[in-house]
Design a protein around this ligand. Structure first.
Ligand code: UTP
Length: 297
């Protein structure tokens, strides 16, 4: 029996510079896709996978995230008095139970590995999940649930992976694959942001991880890697001899909401799926289709 994954870490300490000026006073993770903030999609995915404790690694200017997962008494009272039951429900949907949520602060954005390390005392000596809210995954079975299923068989470290175009390997952590079985790739190494010529494959890690305590212990070394940052991939890579490491080609579509293109595409894809907005979005797209073709040509 594998030790269950009960805790999830949400690193939300980044500066979100690609979305300035929107992110000057608002966390990137609070940007909405249709009408729900990115971070709420990630928390819902974690809940669906059986996560019981939610650890947010925040930074300066991120207090809106704490408020979002709390009561908003004035708003709730006002909605209640006006009989707006559905909106009241929508506002309460994001509430996390008392004691189920912890916030810790990354005082300087020194890298994803550093952000995860900041949660070490709250996570303790047990396996845990990490979810990056700006990687939004649309899937019938939520991405982290797919990973937990695999984890229950294989144990070890597991990351969600997808193939990326060859010229984009320098944007991702890339797997050095030793063998593949179905959707599962066993890795013998990991490289952070390799140049296309040096990339061992095109199988890239997206923002979903199941990690063993050994990774946290590696992060204790505080070694810096690519870009002078403390890289999570480097710490995972150093445990590869002792901890099995698998990449799961998840079923679903990933939107890179840390980039403007990915964020805009997510708006369209999620709106098209909605009962109340799908038709309207299809209509908008058909109206803009002609001008889009003109711009593209
Ligand atoms: P990104 O590489 O997208 O960086 O981080 P960023 O600062 O958020 O955004 P840009 O590039 O300036 O636009 C990926 C994830 O890791 C978290 C971010 O919050 C995001 O969820 N992160 C990154 C941290 O929590 N701390 C860090 O030091 C770096």
């Amino acid at each position: 029996m594998k030790r269950p994954i009960r805790k999830a870490v949400f690193p939300v300490g980044g500066l979100g510079t690609r979305f300035l000026p929107a992110t000057k006073a608002m966390p990137k993770e609070m940007l909405p896709v249709v009408d729900k903030p990115l971070i709420e999609y990630a928390v819902e995915e974690a809940k669906a996978a059986g996560i019981e404790e939610f650890v947010f690694v925040t930074g300066r200017g991120k207090s809106a995230i704490e408020d979002h997962f709390d009561h908003s008494w004035e708003l709730e009272t006002s909605l209640y008095q006006r009989g707006k039951t559905e909106l009241l429900e929508a506002s309460r949907a994001s509430l996390l139970k008392p004691g189920q949520v912890a916030y810790t602060r990354q005082q300087e954005p020194l890298g994803l590995g550093h952000a995860v390390w900041c949660a070490r005392r709250i996570v303790g000596d047990e396996p845990f999940a990490v979810l990056l809210a700006d990687d939004l995954v649309m899937a019938d079975e939520p991405c982290l649930s797919q990973m937990v299923e695999v984890y229950n068989e294989t144990g070890g470290n597991i990351v969600a992976v997808m193939d990326v175009p060859e010229d984009q390997t320098d944007r991702y952590g890339i797997l050095d694959v030793v063998s593949e079985e179905g959707r599962l790739a066993k890795a013998k190494g990991l490289v952070e942001k390799p140049k296309p010529a040096e990339a061992p494959s095109t199988l890239s890690i997206i923002g979903r991880y199941i990690l063993q305590p050994e990774v946290m212990r590696e992060l204790d070394r505080q070694d810096t890697g690519a870009g002078g940052e403390i890289q999570l991939t480097d710490a995972m890579s150093r445990t590869i001899e002792s901890v099995p490491f698998h990449g799961l080609r998840f079923d679903g579509q990933r939107f890179d909401c840390g980039s403007k293109e990915g964020f805009l595409e997510a708006q369209i894809a999620f709106a098209l799926q909605r009962e109340d907005l799908g038709e309207a979005m299809a209509d908008i797209l058909s109206r803009y289709g002609e001008s889009a073709r003109l711009v593209a040509s």
